[in-house]
Design a binder for this molecule. Structure first.
Ligand code: 4H3
Length: 201
């Protein structure tokens, strides 16, 4: 499921240009158990299975190189934002630990991961999608990943600015919907002012 998104255009091109490398690892390869078992029942009782700490520990030791940051995805982690994206883009390697089932043995959060992150206030069935969201957002802060126009500067003022393309006029639910005339005026000063005012955040 991760590989299919990674092979999407922006991340694919970045990898071809050797600007980044995205690898997936199967925790089962680190179970050290002939049945490749990575989960078990929780101490104290309760429903569902918990991901064991040992396979994660072995995997992280094998995978994480110098200047790596080990990130555990969880619904209760620190909220991921653009500031975190910029910060994470300075590490040589990010290792994402993706939980499943009822959760992950707490020793992973306490002693193995460097930080615990959440992409928002909701519970998902796995940490894979949050990891992918973070990979995408972080990649955009690696020089060369974005095209020339999009990356003019990091603090792009144009994020949240409404954009339009052809046609100038179209019918939506029987009403004529047009492009703001200023954008067709060729008056670059006026366009700049309009964009500043129209920005959504
Ligand atoms: C991250 C992970 C939501 C987020 C997650 C988020 C599966 C953590 C499992 C995984 C636990 C049970 N849900 N908001 N879920 O970033 O290991 O929740």
């Amino acid at each position: 499921m991760l590989d299919s998104y990674v092979n999407e255009s922006m991340l694919m091109r970045a990898q071809e240009k050797k600007l980044l490398k995205i690898e997936t690892h199967d925790l089962r390869d680190f179970s050290g158990d002939k049945h490749h078992k990575v989960d078990d029942r929780q101490y104290g009782g309760g429903p569902g299975m918990v991901l064991k700490a040992e396979p994660i520990y072995k995997a992280v030791k094998k995978i994480a190189k110098k200047n790596a940051r080990v990130i555990l995805l969880s619904a209760t982690g620190k909220k991921f934002d653009v500031k975190a994206a910029k910060r994470l883009s300075t590490y040589s390697q990010l290792v994402f630990v993706c939980g499943r089932y009822e959760g992950v043995d707490e020793r992973v959060a306490k002693y193995i991961a460097d930080e615990e992150l959440s992409i928002g206030d909701y519970v998902l069935t796995g940490g894979e999608l949050p990891a992918m969201v973070i990979i995408d957002a972080v990649s955009r802060h690696i020089l060369g990943v974005l095209g020339k126009q999009e990356s003019l500067e990091e603090n792009r003022l144009d994020v949240g600015v409404p954009v339009y393309t052809r046609p100038e006029s179209m019918v939506i639910d029987k009403k004529k919907r047009t492009v703001p005339p200023v954008l067709l005026s060729g008056d670059h000063k006026k366009i700049k002012e309009w964009r500043k005012k129209a920005r959504k955040k």
